[in-house]
Ligand binder design. Sequence first.
Ligand SMILES: Cc1cc2nc3c(=O)[nH]c(=O)nc-3n(C[C@H](O)[C@H](O)[C@H](O)COP(=O)(O)OP(=O)(O)OC[C@H]3O[C@@H](n4cnc5c(N)ncnc54)[C@H](O)[C@@H]3O)c2cc1C
Length: 315
Amino acid sequence: MNATVRRAEATRVRAKFKKKDIQAAVAGIRGPVSFNRSLRAYTSFKIGGPADAVAEPADVDDVCRLVRQANAGKIPFFVVGGTNLLIRDGGIRGIVVNLAKLRAIMEEPGHVLYAEAGVGMPTLISYAIRRSLAGLEWAAGIPGTVGGCVVMNAGTRLGEMKDSVKAVRVVTMNGRVTDIPASAIPFEYRRARLPKGIVVGVWLQLRQGIRTEIERVVKDYLHYRRGTQPLAMPSAGCVFKNPPKDSAGRLIEAAGLKGLHVGDAEVSSRHGNFIVNRGHASAADVIALIGKVRRAIRRQAGVRLDLELKIVGEK
Ligand SMILES: Cc1cc2nc3c(=O)[nH]c(=O)nc-3n(C[C@H](O)[C@H](O)[C@H](O)COP(=O)(O)OP(=O)(O)OC[C@H]3O[C@@H](n4cnc5c(N)ncnc54)[C@H](O)[C@@H]3O)c2cc1C
């Protein structure tokens, strides 16, 4: 895609909400706000059309204000950490909220860490290692934010978010802060049932460990991931959920689909459950490729693959 086409795409915003209503929803937000912004840079896939507005609240008070004002103006908002998303080429109407400014980590008594939702999982793991706190090793290599990892109940074969969460702080749709204990949150496979709103912080229950031992487990798991996943190429991690007692990657490989591509979207030759962007893939390319893979697996293995990847936005 050349620069002219990219610029045209970035300015192609369908007028679903009036600009003045969107401006009113973000008025007084102290963090940066930009309008008609391409979302490509906000996603690990490097794919995505424009958002009407992208807001980066400066702190939790800013999040509360944004939620209240957006609700008052009936403007939808959507939180983007960006590592499990395919944003369609038409982009997202309303406000995209990015929590990059919510990046504090605090240690509390009893081997508990409180992390604001915008903290990256790798940053949190490094922090835990420096304090010899064990319990997050399972998450080594997950690139999402702490908030996104709770919402998705992110997991690996070593564990999942629900094993580590003690409580979650949410700004609910009325713009108020509520703390919810983990025992009151139904966690499912790649999903946590939380009240509608924005997760702004998470308490994690860890335990005293031995720094070198924690480091060894993390290093070994990162080494394993580097050997089996296409980490040098833009992707959004695993595309499909694993069907019961099987692996989507295994099924895709067995069906001979590795290397299959539509435009610049390609089923990774390293890991069948990853689709990589070879450079200029559009969301439409990825969606077409997903359709081909699903149909082939249905035909050849009789298995219906469900998406782990979230597809959002407009065509
Ligand atoms: C190379 C690679 C490897 C990966 N490996 C794994 C893995 O091993 N295991 C795994 O589970 N995942 C993996 N992922 C996927 C991804 O990192 C996780 O799903 C992660 O939990 C997504 O976090 P995020 O912050 O990027 O959220 P996003 O992908 O941006 O969002 C996911 C959903 O959560 C919502 N959301 C995000 N943050 C908030 C918030 N603060 N409040 C309310 N809603 C929110 C979004 O609106 C969206 O609906 C991988 C991804 C990549 C690119």
